[in-house]
Write a protein that binds this ligand. Structure first.
Ligand code: URP
Ligand code: ZN
Ligand code: ZN
Length: 470
């Protein structure tokens, strides 16, 4: 199947040029002015942007957590992603206690097989090197295209690892060319603060934020940076929320250390005001690290502008308000941690980043597509618009007015963090390897179209490949 996208503003991390894009056999085959080619499908993109499909490097689909399971499975989560202009994501495969990494991957692949709507890869969340996976097995994961290891420095008694596991994993990563990712909060300190708050009779959602202070995030971020430097491993700090964590990342980067940081859409827009909402509404804003004081919004915009932070993900980890968040009605520590957002990232960052003049259109593409692709071994097959790259493309109408809401979203979750927010600019056509996924707010593709992508090692390129017969 061939597609000709005519006359759009083709936007990459570095350039914006009016051009035609010709797609043949799943890849971009020509880019140029007034291309004289025949195509099975022609899309008039005059007045529209043509963007690389966005890549979400941080999601949790069908994940057991907090006494329940995230409400979006692979099909619903990826459908929601597609409507939001995301054509590839990297989900966390969580090693269960006592499990080998191979067993964990089998479990995660079983959840995805036949249901995929977009392309995807896995990070391996290392939770147990004592009775589960071994260091040798960990070292072999990059051969299967799993080229990033994630460690939780929080969630004591559940996913949290000690410094020995953290450091040993970093040593393996330094040898195998994997990128180490950390959830950076001091879990021991948080655990004490949570118990003290509950003993004092504080049960409401606000105490989730008050017991996970910015200092706990700053301390763990700095610890991970120093340990990664010692081990010689590259480090990526996920979901950075505050100045206390941005500062050590910026300092490490200024030193030339191999340290990267990500924030998530929600941290630009939510605050302690939201988690303080009455009638348990605050539970919708219980995720970790928590919402912060609003003064951090500018800190984060500055950080993504200056490349102290280099990617914006969603950390989509959706739990419904009714029946899931309600598990913690009488005890904030039992509210499942996580929030939705896989569909809203591009529209929100375009509206409040690009249209508000905080970042350029090119920088938005870099933060949402190109940098995630480069950091996670998907580039240049994905994350840009270039001859030979996968034809993962978003025809984006910069003038379409949309009101974000739970009704119009495609996730299974029963609330939207940005309910009622009006934005101008929305995906009109979304293509995955040249196949139309979404057109004019309708889902066109069927489950199974998405594929597993074996990612390249950190710092290496993923060469484009043909996946179908011409
Ligand atoms: O609250 C969150 N972020 N839940 C998902 C797991 C994690 O920490 O990323
Ligand atoms: Zn986390
Ligand atoms: Zn997460």
């Amino acid at each position: 199947m061939s597609v000709l996208i005519k006359g759009g503003l083709v936007v990459t991390a570095s350039d914006s040029t009016v051009a035609d894009v010709f797609v043949d056999d799943e890849r971009i085959s020509l880019i140029g002015e007034d291309l004289d080619v025949q195509a099975d499908k022609v899309i008039d993109a005059a007045g529209k942007y043509v963007l690389p499909g966005c890549i979400d490097p941080h999601t949790h689909l069908d994940m057991p957590f907090g006494g329940t399971v995230t409400i979006d499975d692979v099909e619903s989560g990826q459908t929601s992603a597609a409507f939001g202009g995301t054509t590839c994501h990297v989900d966390f495969c969580i090693q269960g206690k006592g499990q080998t990494f191979a067993q964990a991957l089998d479990d995660w692949r079983a959840k995805a097989n036949g249901r995929q709507m977009i392309d995807m890869g896995y990070h391996m969340a290392v939770t147990d090197l004592a009775e589960g996976g071994t260091l040798e097995e960990l070292a072999s994961l990059p051969e299967q295209g799993v080229t990033s290891y994630k460690l939780f420095m929080a969630y004591k008694g559940a996913l949290m690892v000690d410094d020995e596991t953290l450091f040993r994993t970093m040593e393996v990563a330094a040898k195998t060319g994997a990128l180490v990712m950390v959830h950076a909060e001091n879990g021991d300190v948080v655990d004490i603060l949570v118990r003290e708050a509950l003993e004092a009779g504080h049960t409401e959602p606000l105490y989730h934020a008050l017991t996970r202070p910015p200092e706990a995030e700053g301390e763990a971020t700095n610890r991970a940076i120093q340990l990664a430097h010692l081990a010689g491993a590259p480090l990526y700090v996920v979901h950075v929320t505050c100045k206390e964590a941005v500062d050590p990342i910026a300092a490490a980067r200024a030193n030339g250390w191999d340290v990267w940081g990500e924030t998530c859409t929600q941290y630009f827009f939510t605050s302690l005001d939201d988690i303080s909402k009455p009638n348990f509404e605050g539970a919708k804003y219980v995720f970790s690290p928590p919402v912060r004081d609003k003064s951090n919004w500018d800190v984060l915009w500055n950080a993504v502008r200056t490349d102290a932070l280099s990617a914006i993900s969603t950390d989509h980890c959706a739990f419904s308000f009714e029946g899931q968040k309600s598990l913690g009605k009488d005890d904030f520590s039992k509210i499942p941690n996580g929030g939705p957002g896989i569909e809203d990232r591009l529209r929100m960052i375009h509206e409040f980043g690009v249209r508000a003049g905080r970042i350029s259109l090119n920088r938005m593409v870099e933060l949402l597509a190109t940098n995630p692709a480069k950091l996670f071994g998907l580039y240049p097959r994905k994350g840009t618009i270039a001859v030979g790259s996968d034809a993962d493309l978003v025809v984006f109408d910069p003038n379409k007015q949309v009101t974000l809401s739970v009704q119009s979203s495609h996730s299974k979750v029963d609330y939207n963090l940005y309910e009622g927010t009006q934005v101008t600019g929305s995906p009109e056509v979304v293509l995955l390897r040249g196949h139309v996924l979404v057109e004019n707010d309708e889902l066109v593709a069927s489950p199974g179209i998405g594929q597993y992508v074996a990612r390249a090692r950190y710092g290496e390129e993923l060469k484009p490949v043909r996946t179908s017969v011409a």
